[in-house]
Each structure stands twice: as structure tokens, then as C-alpha cells.
Design a protein around this ligand. Structure first.
Ligand SMILES: *Cc1c(COP(=O)(O)O)cnc(C)c1O
Length: 396
């Protein structure tokens, strides 16, 4: 078999913003009203229009645009009443902003185990359900668990669910968009997610009181009636005096570049699915990949492979060989956090927790980005190089 070539494209290069987004940004820059409450007459701000459009896209009643995905989660936790000292269930396998949002308000993350297919363990969630009243569910790397089973469990146990949809904008479970199962859904529009405004976040909910509190906390001063998909004045009247301003607003420049991207989301979803399918063709049967839950319709903007039982030294050597051929892999089983990747043992601000199932899965978990700057041929070549190097020096 001839060895596939070297890969020479960047795993961190996103595609350029669409012309419509660039034109919209220039328009905002020319009029200079970047702050979302700096409006003229009755004309709605770009941020308010974004909220209206994202609510319509997801089917939510209310939407709040905020400064980041992390801020979206931080406000969501407060909006459902999480207080310092409260325990909050969350995935053991996720990225640092998730436990960070919990710890940041003085609450205590209770980590839930991970299945071999990279979703939250519903069995472990059931075992820990009496420890907390809130679950911050992370659809980490776009893997969606059985949402019917999860919601049945949480409803039965009186657990409020907040969904972290940083990796699932455009994804669904049995036809329902992620973010629409729990009380709130939190999205990120940071450069590496499914819409790119550099930084940014969106919160959706159907609960008018939760929406009003989130808007007030986001830093609306007395301008809360200038929001896009917001509840009525009577709802704000219940909360305005008692809700702190945490200043986490989105500005009009970012909203302007996001609006055309939302319109183009279905096309990008299809392209990510094509990239991931091509990657799998290249990989062949060289390694296990997580099986999607029946009913899940993910948006695979990254790929994960599982080298079950491989010793760490073999994985480290594989990563080095792939890197030498231009294939950049991230490893959740590494001893030290690297780049954006960390594991629960590295979150030194929370008490260590015993998660043997998660540790066994993460030990062999490799992760790579599939940016839309790649062609399907690129993604297939990446898979083929990985397969080639996996076969070059398998364990034992
Ligand atoms: C990126 C990310 C977030 C938060 O997004 P930011 O906008 O970067 O704050 C939340 N959860 C996960 C799993 C993420 O990867």
C-alpha cells in the first residue's frame, strides 16, 4: 500500500466571513453605533434583530445575545437560581468554561461519567440525581445523548436542565433543536464554533422570568425594552430592582456579522457532515469512532477517535508521527492540559472526583478539528494519514 502524502493545511483556519457579513460589519462601522442600546429613532439594533432571528431559528420564545458562550452559561445558572454553595451536575467530559461557569459563581460542580460514545452516562446521572437541582448538560463535541431518556429522568427528579450547545448550533435530536429540551440553551459564537463573531453567546428560553432576569443581568440598565425576543414590561417589573447588572452584552458589530451567518447555517451544517463522512472514509476501520445515539442529528465540526486500551506512550508516539505529517491531534488523555484541551483532573479549582469510566474513555480519546476551509478530499486525506500511522505501530 502506498503511504498517503503529507497534509499541509491549517486545522485552525476557518473560512472567511460571507460578503453579506462583511458588508453588514462595514455598515455598523460607518454609522459608529456599536453599542447595542445606541439606536436611532425606532430602528432596532443589530443585536435585537439577531435575537429575534435566533429565536425564530430555534423556535424559542426568547433569546438574549451576550458576550460569550461562557457568559451565556454563567447567566443561565444564575437565572435559574443557582447560588454560591449549590451543587450543579455537569459532564465530566467537557471543556473548561463549563465547570468554570459553575465554579465562577461559587457553586460546586458534580461531575457525571462519560459513555464510550462520549455522551453523559444516564446511569451515573440517575445515581447522582439527588445531589443537585440543576444539570448543566454539555453536548460536548456535538455528541447528543438520548434526550428523551435524559429529560424523563430530570423531570422525574425535579432537576432543571441548562444545555451547553457550544458544539451543537444547527444540531437536533429527533427533529428538535438542541437547546430546546432544557429550561435554557446556551450557544457560543466564538471563532471555533458554528458561527463566527470572534467572541459571542446566545441564550434561548421559553420562560419569561428567566428571560427577563438574563436580559437584566446581561447589563440592560433601563433599556431592556429594546431587546429582540423579550418578555413584556410587566415581567421585567418583577425583577428589575432585585437583579444585578453583570455587563455581558453583545455589541452591534458582532451581531451584524452573525445575522448573515445564521441564514447560511443549513448549508454549513451539510458541509460539515460531508467533511466528517469523508474523514471516516479515509480512516476506514483503523480505529473506533463514537456511534451517534439513535435520533441524534449532530453537526460534526470536529472528529473523535478512540484508541481503547492503547498505552499512553504509544498514543504520544502516534501523535508525534501524525504531527510530522501535518495532522494536528488533540489528546484528552494527556497528563497536562494543552491548547484548549483539558480533562477534569486539570480543573484544580474543584474538588477531585472519582470518574473511572470517564478516565478510561479519555485515555484513548483523540480529537481533531474539521474547519470549513478543508475540502472533503482534505478530510479524507487526514483520515488516511491517521489510519496509516495507527497501523504503523499498534500496541502489543
Ligand atoms: C467554547 C465552549 C464553550 C464556551 O464558549 P466561549 O464562547 O468560548 O465562552 C462552552 N462549552 C464548550 C464545550 C465549549 O467548547
Amino acid at each position: 500500500m502506498t503511504s498517503p502524502r503529507r497534509f499541509d493545511r491549517s486545522f485552525t483556519q476557518q473560512e472567511p466571513l460571507p460578503d453579506a457579513a462583511i458588508d453588514a460589519a462595514l455598515n455598523v462601522l460607518r454609522h459608529g453605533r456599536l453599542h447595542r442600546y445606541n439606536t436611532q429613532g425606532d430602528a432596532p439594533a443589530e443585536a435585537a434583530l439577531l435575537e429575534t432571528e435566533f429565536a425564530a431559528l430555534t423556535g424559542a420564545r426568547y433569546c438574549v445575545a451576550v458576550a460569550s458562550g461562557g457568559q451565556a452559561m454563567a447567566l443561565a445558572l444564575r437565572a435559574v437560581g443557582v447560588s454560591p454553595g449549590d451543587r450543579v451536575l455537569t459532564n465530566a467530559f467537557t471543556l473548561a468554561p463549563v465547570p468554570g461557569a459553575i465554579a465562577g459563581l461559587g457553586a460546586v460542580p458534580v461531575l457525571v461519567e462519560t459513555t464510550p460514545d462520549l455522551v453523559i452516562s444516564i446511569d451515573d446521572l440517575a445515581a447522582k440525581a439527588d445531589q443537585a437541582k440543576v444539570l448543566l448538560l454539555s453536548h460536548m463535541r456535538g455528541h447528543i445523548c438520548d434526550m428523551d431518556a435524559l429529560m424523563d429522568l430530570c423531570d422525574a427528579r425535579g432537576i432543571t436542565v441548562i444545555e451547553d450547545c457550544a458544539h451543537t448550533m444547527g444540531a437536533r435530536f429527533r427533529g428538535t433543536p438542541t437547546g430546546r429540551f432544557g429550561a435554557l440553551g446556551c450557544f457560543s459564537t466564538q471563532t471555533y464554533k458554528h458561527a463566527n463573531s470572534g467572541e459571542g453567546g446566545l441564550v434561548i428560553t421559553d420562560d419569561p422570568d428567566v428571560a427577563a432576569k438574563t436580559i437584566l443581568m446581561s447589563g440592560s440598565y433601563m433599556m431592556y425594552l429594546r431587546h429582540g425576543a423579550a418578555p413584556g414590561e410587566d415581567v421585567f417589573a418583577r425583577h428589575v430592582a432585585s437583579t444585578p447588572n453583570l455587563s455581558a452584552r453583545m455589541d452591534n458589530l458582532r451581531a451584524a456579522v452573525l445575522r448573515p451567518q445564521l441564514a447560511g447555517l443549513p448549508g454549513r451544517v451539510d458541509r460539515w457532515r460531508a467533511l466528517h463522512a469523508a474523514f471516516l472514509v479515509g480512516l476506514g476501520n483503523a480505529a473506533r469512532v463514537p456511534a451517534p445515539e439513535p435520533g441524534a442529528e449532530p453537526v460534526p465540526s470536529s472528529a473523535q477517535i478512540l484508541l481503547d486500551g492503547w498505552p499512553g506512550c504509544k498514543i504520544a508516539a502516534l501523535i508525534a508521527r501524525c504531527a510530522a505529517r501535518g495532522v494536528e491531534l488533540k489528546w484528552f488523555g494527556a497528563d497536562a492540559p494543552a491548547g484548549f484541551t483539558s480533562a477534569h483532573q486539570h480543573w484544580g479549582y474543584i474538588a477531585p472526583q472519582d470518574l473511572p469510566q470517564t478516565d478510561a474513555v479519555l485515555a484513548g480519546l483523540l480529537d481533531l478539528r474539521l474547519p470549513l476551509s478543508f475540502t472533503p478530499e482534505d478530510a479524507q486525506l487526514v483520515g488516511a494519514i491517521l489510519a496509516d500511522e495507527i497501523r504503523a505501530d499498534p500496541p502489543g
